[in-house]
Every structure is written in structure tokens, then in C-alpha cells.
Design a protein around this ligand. Structure first.
Ligand code: ADP
Length: 267
């Protein structure tokens, strides 16, 4: 079983990702696709007059401040345009894909965090009305039902809070929890970079291997959103996933190339 997470940043070749996945799925590989949509969400939010707001926590993690209106825009893009765009591509390639959010069937569940600590103008402020959280529980029953019936699940945030409220969760960490829950052989985190770069954005500084017991010490190389990927990788390998690969989704055969060792391999 392989869990593939494809991001939502500029340059990602969804046609290439879907073609590669379709070929492998049709050859009998068990696969699940998780996707993001941050770039498109930013564009749509601007167009709707509700521009995105990113906050940085005192420990240096960046996240989207998700008030109710932002959550609704987020759902339009992630569960609508992005999810259905991927499902359509896979259907055209002859794969019976089913697109669901983490809210559907409570596939992804976690605690709702209503407030967030953010550094603004050198001061730490508490912002309320946030609809965010972290995935703590995965409903594998529904996923297995789909896989066993021959469907390819295409999953996306948001998740469901324990009270049934939609919460924005990090896709990389959701994919990591999913990979752990399903005892996946590999988790692929595909984005618009070749992998984890020692000196971002110098692509020649690609880190090729990270020992599983030492992932956290590589956090120092990751800036802003890359930190969540490194954190997700640490959670996955600590949870028993044998290999996590940071791969490039801008080129042909992105899934196969990553599985063949291109990118940064955590094992
Ligand atoms: P996605 O939406 O594709 O999952 P993110 O935008 O959340 O991806 O994270 C990937 C981004 O992280 C890259 O596009 C890059 O701008 C940034 N980044 C920061 N530090 C690094 C690093 N050390 N190596 C690679 N990318 C990095």
C-alpha cells in the first residue's frame, strides 16, 4: 500500500501525477491519493475579496488562519475544483476514483483549535475564530471498503472535529496519519521542489537520504511550509511506515521516479 500526497503549489503537474497513478493502480498496486490546493485557494480567496491570512506561530510554523468564510472558500477549492479535477483526470484514464474530504465518513478526525498564537509585529497575539486542527484519528474502515471494492480514494482536507465541525488540517500530516493507520509501505510527499534542499532554493543542494531515527534534526533546513512535511515524515516513520519520500511533482512519472529513489528518501 502506498499513500501519495500531492501538494497544491505552482508548477505541480497533476496530469503527470494522475497518469502515473492510473498506470500503477491498473497494474494492481494499492494506492491512495491525498491532495492539497493552497495555491488555488489563495487565488480564489483574493478574487472573492477575502484574501488569505497566514500566521506564524512562536515556534516558527506557518499556517492559514481559517475563519468561517475562509473555511468555505477552502472547501470550494479543495473539495470542489481540486478534488473533482483530479477525480475527472483519473476517470478519463479508466480508474474508478472516488473523491472524498476528511469530513465525509469522518475519514480524518481531530481536535478543533479555535484560537492560534501568532507572532505579529514582534509580539505574540492570540487570534480566535480559527477552524483548524490536527488529524489524530483515521477511519480506515471506509477507505478499506473502497479499496477492496476496486475504487481509488482521492482524499483532501478538511477533517471533522470530534463535534462534527469542519477543520482545516495540514495535508502532509493527514497523509502521514493515514499511512500509519493503513500500515503503508511508503508515503510519498510530492511538491514543486526536488525534495528537501539543504540550501533552499538551490536545487543542487538536494538531500538524498535521511535516516529515520534522525528526521527531526533536518527540520533546521526546512523553512515555512516545508517544516510540516518534515514533521509529517517524522510522524510516519515513527508510526511504522518504512519509507517516506519527498519527491518532485513537476516532471513525468513523479510517483515512479520517487519510488525509484529520486528525491529525499527517509528510511
Ligand atoms: P505543497 O503545497 O506542494 O505541499 P508547500 O508549499 O506546503 O507544498 O511546501 C513546499 C514548499 O516549501 C516549496 O515550494 C518551497 O518553497 C518551500 N521550502 C522551504 N524550505 C525548503 C527546503 N529546505 N527544501 C525544499 N523546499 C523548501
Amino acid at each position: 500500500m502506498i499513500v501519495v500526497k500531492v501538494g497544491g503549489s505552482a508548477g505541480i503537474d497533476y496530469d503527470a501525477v494522475c497518469a502515473d497513478i492510473a498506470e500503477r493502480f491498473k497494474a494492481g498496486e494499492k494506492l491512495i491519493l491525498v491532495h492539497g490546493g493552497s495555491g488555488e485557494t489563495n487565488r480564489v480567496a483574493e478574487a472573492l475579496g477575502h484574501p488569505p491570512k497566514f500566521v506564524t506561530s512562536p515556534s516558527g510554523y506557518t499556517s492559514r488562519f481559517t475563519d468561517r468564510e475562509t473555511l468555505e472558500i477552502f472547501e470550494m477549492v479543495y473539495c470542489g475544483k481540486m478534488n473533482k479535477g483530479i477525480v475527472e483526470r483519473l476517470q478519463r484514464l479508466g480508474v474508478n476514483a472516488v473523491g472524498l474530504s476528511g469530513l465525509d465518513g469522518r475519514i480524518f478526525e481531530g481536535k478543533h483549535k479555535d484560537s492560534v498564537r501568532a507572532v505579529e509585529g514582534g509580539k505574540v497575539k492570540v487570534l480566535r475564530g480559527d477552524h483548524t486542527g490536527t488529524v489524530e484519528k483515521v477511519n480506515t474502515g471506509l477507505i478499506e471498503l473502497l479499496l477492496n471494492a476496486g475504487y481509488l480514494p482521492v482524499l483532501t482536507p478538511p477533517a471533522a472535529s470530534y463535534e462534527g465541525v469542519a477543520i482545516n488540517v495540514d495535508g502532509d500530516r493527514a497523509a502521514a496519519q493515514l499511512a500509519v493507520a493503513l500500515k503503508a509501505d511508503a508515503l510519498l510527499l510530492l511538491s514543486n521542489v526536488p525534495g528537501l534542499l539543504k540550501n533552499f532554493p538551490d536545487e543542487a543542494s538536494l538531500i538524498r537520504e535521511i535516516p529515520a531515527h534522525d528526521v527531526e534534526s533536518y527540520l533546521e533546513f526546512a523553512q515555512d511550509r516545508m517544516k510540516k512535511k518534515v514533521l509529517g515524515a517524522a510522524e510516519a516513520v515513527q508510526g511504522g511506515v518504512k519509507r517516506v519520500i519527498f519527491g518532485d511533482a513537476r516532471s513525468a512519472r513523479p510517483v515512479s521516479a520517487a519510488l525509484e529513489g529520486a528525491g529525499t528518501v527517509v528510511s
